[in-house]
Design a binder for this molecule. Structure first.
Ligand code: TPP
Ligand code: MG
Length: 376
């Protein structure tokens, strides 16, 4: 039975544990700043989608610790493999948040894609679990080249029901590749609860079948997520093989902006988990440690707001790319001649009317002539 790794208490019934070795005050503040940047991006993206300024969006409200902690454990040379639920994680590594917003707006080409190699951030993966064999392949190549790096891949508990997950786990363990599998168990795969996903009580239980070490962590605690990932990455880079980490948490929000969880689950559950959300809880811990105070807290919040506001302005200043971008980036270089037919067909398709972003509208005027006398 795996014990739950946790450092941050709730200032009440759950006690604090001392900061683990390897983190000083500066590190703690940076992990917290990353939480705030991620949260600010997420809240702004939801608002933009509601205003018709983004196409769709998969929010991660409450799951920031599963991103900030593991990212902070990485070296810049390690590769990371995000899913749609970690879409903005590249922003912690130099990817422009405007590019990520443009991706959610549906822009392709140079607007909506970043250079994966430049940042060592793999493309945001939407098909469930398909990036896990890619991460293992990259890690295997690193091993063959004696390149001391590791690959870290996120996925949801729902992804553990896919064949790609099992194939990736199996190859990773047989080949002893430097990979870390980071499962965010938020208990829901759209409307499918964890109890209907798998017969095991945990995801970490599955590691036994692959003879792989596994760690269960509090997914609302960025320090626990950091510690488990740091140990796993070090073992991986040192030739010790892969690790499975399960971050236990809860999907407090909807699956995405097109989903309404009220239709399939009890709101009261999400409300209970909300009390453990990582931004406020980490702020409380750092305040009790004397690392954070109100001045620093508001400076971090202001800086994050500015960063994301600038990203929104940049995204909105981009021109919508031409439709032919659909045919770009399929191959590493150029478009093969065989695409010509498709391009001709596309040119013949009538462009749909331009979609105008929704803006608040002034109420319709009744006109002066209709206005009751004396009320002008
Ligand atoms: C191969 C594949 N099948 C189905 C889908 C549709 N789909 C999108 S998200 C999702 C649920 C995934 O749940 P989980 O792995 O727990 O990740 P979470 O969304 O909770 O982060 C499904 C089934 C998909 N994107 N790809
Ligand atoms: Mg899930």
């Amino acid at each position: 039975m795996n014990e739950l790794l946790r450092f941050i208490g709730d200032g009440d019934a759950i006690p604090d544990k001392p900061v683990p070795d390897g983190l000083d005050g500066k590190d703690l503040l940076e992990i917290y700043r990353w939480l705030v940047v991620l949260r600010t991006f997420d809240e702004r993206a939801v608002a933009l989608q509601r205003q018709g300024r983004l196409g769709t969006y998969a929010l991660y409200w409450g799951e920031e610790a599963t991103q900030s902690g593991p990212m902070y454990a990485c070296r810049d040379t390690d590769w990371v493999f995000p899913t749609y639920r970690q879409s903005s994680i590249g922003a912690l590594r130099g990817v422009s948040p405007a590019t990520v917003l443009a991706w959610w707006r549906g822009y392709g080409g140079t607007h909506g894609f970043y250079n994966a190699r430049e940042h060592r951030v793999a493309p945001i993966c939407v098909p469930i679990a398909t990036h896990l064999p890619h991460a293992v392949g990259l890690a295997y190549a690193a091993k063959l080249r004696r390149d001391p790096i590791a690959a870290l891949a996120w996925f949801g508990e729902g992804a553990s029901s896919e064949g790609d997950f099992h194939e990736a786990m199996n190859f990773a363990s047989v080949w002893k590749v430097p990979a870390v599998f980071f499962c965010v168990n938020n208990q829901w795969a759209i409307s499918t609860p964890f109890s209907k996903q798998t017969a095991t009580a945990t995801i970490v239980a599955k590691a036994a079948a692959y003879n792989m070490p596994a760690t269960l962590v509090d997914g609302f605690d960025p320090i626990a997520c950091w510690k488990a990932t740091k140990d796993a990455l070090e073992r991986a880079r040192g030739g010790g093989g892969p690790t499975l980490i399960e971050a236990s948490c809860y999907r407090i929000g909807a699956h995405g902006t097109a989903d309404d969880p009220k239709l399939y689950r009890d709101d009261a559950d999400a409300a209970r988990w909300r009390a453990l959300e990582p931004v406020g809880r980490t702020a409380g811990y750092l305040t009790r440690l004397g690392v954070l105070d109100d001045t620093k807290r508001s400076a971090i919040a202001e800086e994050a707001k500015r960063l994301i506001a600038d990203a929104v302005a940049e995204m909105e200043s981009m021109d919508m790319p031409g439709r032919e971008v659909l045919f770009d980036y399929v191959y590493a270089r150029g478009r093969p001649d065989s695409f010509a037919e498709g391009l001709d067909e596309l040119a013949a398709v009538r462009r749909p009317p331009e979609v105008q972003p929704l803006r608040p509208q002034a109420p319709p005027s009744t006109g002066d002539a209709d206005a009751p006398k004396g009320l002008k």
